[in-house]
Design a protein around this ligand. Sequence first.
Ligand code: HEM
Length: 393
Amino acid sequence: MDRNNSPTPPDAPPDAPLDPVAAATHADPYPFYASLRNGPPLAWNQKLRLWVASRAEVIEEVLQAHGALRVRPVAEPVPSAIAGSPAGEVFGHLVRMNDGTAHEAHRPALQRALAGLDLNAVREAALQVARQVPDQQPLSDTLFSMPVRSVAHLLGFADEALPQVDLWTRDFVACLSPLSTASQLQGASTAAGELMARFEGLVAGTPPRRGTLLAAVLAESAAPSRSLLANLVGLLSQTCDATAGLLGNSLIALLREPPLRTAARTRDGLQAIVEETARHDPSVHNTRRFVATPVTIAGTPLAAGDTVLVLLASANRDPSFNPDPDSFVLVRAKRRMLGFGRGTHACPGQALACTLAAAGLEALLQRAPDVDAQRLRGWHYRPSVAARVPVFH
Ligand code: HEM
């Protein structure tokens, strides 16, 4: 493949996103993703200076090439803008941002603790927490508050602490975005320090509240350490934008598809809406892999230092992955999706996220049952390089 050649797909729609990163926040990026899938298995994008994977089978291959492809560039394990700050400390410990030993240190404990959650109890707790989120708060903030406060509650924070933990979490996630300003990065560092101190306090509580997610993580872990505390902060930050987006995009599915409103009257129906939304219009549109050692993927040789943009949202719409992929089908015989990743870094919070979003949707509909009014007011998407989180007008 000639790297100087950066073809615009010949069948790209006229109002296509500017590039595959901008697609995450475009009103309808899916025809553009389809045109990318018709191109080469790995397409060099000269503007972004990275390889783009858009087909499901290629994305699976990329996500499973663990040794050669890493979640961070070898030369920059922590973004230089936050290296040395409290936000950089947390970032540097996250299993999400590490391969090898630092990944293995906490991944199994987090995975087992999350897998052991009683999802019926989670739903009950999430509904209670959601009802305490103030009605006056804008809907677009409530999308964040409901799931983030629920996870904070599951981790063992007292009810009075939830609003502040919610704010700190939202401040902290700014350090994960290359779009953040210097003052947002400063806020992320302040929030990282506060969250670490609060988790230190919770962990020191003797014993941590039984039945909490915190107690489960500690039971699965060796002695508490700064890196474990950072990964507890990570459970909040991993929840934040991704679950807000899943909740918001599920609401949009309801606004767009009136027949779903009958399904939304039952718990199973709400869960089904959320799960098909996670495939059809997911909240995490892409992730990246960084080439550590030369490797050939889908017949394309990649050099050390190359970057691969992995279009998870495109994979979900690949007709070889899901039949009739552009239709919103509430009950699919075999739904397949890559929006929660695949392989060793796959999301351990998928079931929790879907339960939280379904509970959030139930609470939102109880508050504001007139979804047509919301449809008429419209929405756009928050600026982001990867997440699709609506802002309702
Ligand atoms: C709709 C909501 C969510 C989506 C779409 C989502 C998506 C993802 C994706 C795509 C990855 C893998 C990234 C990569 O391989 O580059 C990931 C990793 C992760 N997620 Fe989620 N996530 C969601 C919610 C959650 C929640 C609620 C939790 C826990 C409270 C969580 C915890 C994690 C953790 C700890 C990792 C890192 C796993 C590892 O690197 O081993 N996520 N998530």
